[in-house]
Design a protein around this ligand. Structure first.
Ligand code: ZN
Length: 135
């Protein structure tokens, strides 16, 4: 599943350059070209999966009758597996000696905050204080 007008689909296809951090068969994790913190990794499914797939079917009757191509539970489980693989690889889950804290924050944008239709998550880190403040 690929959208020819989607930047993330082009990156996955190798048609646009990106600095790869980690990948498996279903996810590609890349450095954000416009980072908001020293560590800013994008976790991108290789398939063109859009947020509307998750939100639109969530009507009062729940997921019954939804036309999901993949299971929401399976997708987000795989997404978080990719996220934690990057957290482990970049050693973000340990406090650093000398008072410099390692840490990370996960961000998933929606609606007006979402700049790409292609579902993805942000891993932010590399700062002594939390990017975006404490939440
Ligand atoms: Zn796409």
């Amino acid at each position: 599943m690929k959208d020819p007008n989607c930047l993330f689909c082009k990156i996955v296809a190798g048609e646009e350059p990106a600095e790869k951090v980690w990948e498996n068969e279903e996810f590609l994790c890349i450095q954000n070209k416009y980072p908001v913190s020293p560590i800013h990794v994008l976790v991108v499914p290789k398939a063109h999966i859009v947020k509307a797939m998750w939100i639109a079917p969530l009507r009062p009757k729940g997921l019954r009758g939804a036309k999901l191509v993949v299971s929401m539970d399976q997708f987000w489980g795989k997404m978080m597996t990719a996220v934690f693989a990057v957290v482990h690889q970049l050693d973000l889950n340990k406090t650093k000696p000398g008072g410099s804290r390692a840490g990370y924050k996960l961000v998933n944008n929606g609606a007006g905050y979402n700049h790409f239709e292609h579902e993805h998550m942000h891993i932010l880190g590399g700062t002594k204080t939390e990017p975006g403040g404490t939440t």
